[in-house]
Ligand binder design. Structure first.
Ligand code: DOR
Ligand code: ZN
Length: 352
């Protein structure tokens, strides 16, 4: 069979993205706007986005940087704290501002210091979300320092997520950036009725934990949850390319200025946005599953979030190009290396 050299799919969305703010936002936003119609914008700013007013102001700062006619829509989230006001969450949901609430276990990752110290403290919020059918987006790692960092996701499933799903049987949850075979199995076991979904990043599909130590310590391969063993990466590829509705695209593109990464204590986060879609195409191509990419990138997410699919298409072609060494002040994933597929500029906003 001759290889596929060009691919057109319905415009995709990024269901997990960090856009930051200020100069960094300005530098990183264009890459996402070029590729995606919508993105779930993570609320872990400093200070975090915890109120309707903050979310509306942040959304407006983003929209002010979107070129007219780009047709890009940021989908805003609310950062859960121990004392989160469920009434405010509901009001934000009803007015169409908040599409979800993000749960960071306190101290699990970047800017999570205000996160939830114990899920028992947010029972009123979980009851409210369950009643509304509003999704809870979960960073699924325990923070117990006794637990090995490579096991923190699997332990979270047993200790936190399974009891939460049992206590709130109609709560709708996205387990964000799954990294393990255990998480893939857990999602499959709980996906019935669309109550549990999962995002999968491009980088977790492309690297395993060896990348962190390839010839030396590699801060630009460090993210959270940290990349795991090869067998886990294979399980993620299986899930992403399966076509199963529970799995959808979420880059977790998480830019940090180069000095914050190349440091004695470097920040977690990989900046994949400048080739986000192209990287997924590479994975699906290698897996012989290009025909399943649209389901993963453009159909499963809207279905979970109960939103319409996008109009228009994007086209990619097999044509190698070289990723920049830096974008603004950020070193992108695969900096200076080859990307095998290229986005054909100018997404079509027409109905396919
Ligand atoms: O690697 C990560 N970076 N993981 C996260 O959970 C947060 C993110 C960030 O905001 O930098
Ligand atoms: Zn994230």
């Amino acid at each position: 069979m001759s290889p596929i050299n060009s691919l057109t799919l319905r415009r995709p969305d990024d269901w997990h993205l960090h856009l930051r703010d200020g100069a960094l936002l300005r530098a990183v936003l264009p890459a996402t706007v070029e590729r995606f119609a919508r993105a779930i914008v993570m609320p872990n700013l400093r200070p975090p986005v915890t109120t309707r007013a903050e979310a509306a102001a942040y959304r407006d700062r983003i929209l002010a940087l979107v070129p007219p006619g780009a047709g890009f829509q940021p989908l805003m989230t609310c950062y859960a704290t121990d004392d989160i006001d469920a009434g405010q969450v509901e009001a934000g949901w009803r007015e169409g501002l908040f599409v979800a609430v993000k749960l960071y276990p306190a101290h699990a990752t970047t800017n999570s210091d205000h996160g939830v110290t114990d899920p028992a403290r947010i029972r009123p919020l979980l009851e409210r979300l369950q009643r509304l059918g509003m999704p809870l987006l979960v960073h699924g790692e325990v923070t117990d320092p006794e637990i090995d960092i490579f096991d923190r996701e699997a332990v979270f499933l047993e200790r936190v997520l399974a009891p939460m799903l049992a206590e709130f049987p109609a709560l709708r949850v996205v387990l964000e950036h799954v990294t393990t075979a255990e998480a893939v199995a857990f999602v499959r076991a709980h996906a019935a009725g669309g109550r549990l979904g999962a995002t999968i990043t491009a980088h977790h599909l492309l690297i395993n934990r060896n990348a962190l130590f390839a010839g030396g310590l590699r801060p630009h391969a460090y993210c959270l949850p940290v990349a795991k063993r090869e067998r886990h990466r294979q399980a993620l590829i299986g899930a992403a390319t399966s076509g199963e509705p529970a799995f959808f695209l979420g880059t977790d593109s998480a830019p940090h200025p180069v000095a914050a990464k190349e440091s004695a204590c470097g920040c977690a986060g990989l900046f994949t946005a400048p080739a986000a879609l192209e990287l997924y195409v590479e994975v699906f191509d290698r897996a012989g599953a290009l025909d399943r990419l649209e389901t993963f990138a453009s159909l499963n997410g809207p279905r979970f979030y109960r939103l319409p699919v996008n109009d228009g298409t994007v086209t990619l072609e097999r044509a190698a190009w070289r990723m920049a060494e830096v974008v603004g002040d950020v070193v992108p994933f695969r900096a200076g290396e080859t990307i095998a597929w290229r986005l054909v500029p100018g997404a079509s906003l027409e109905t396919p």
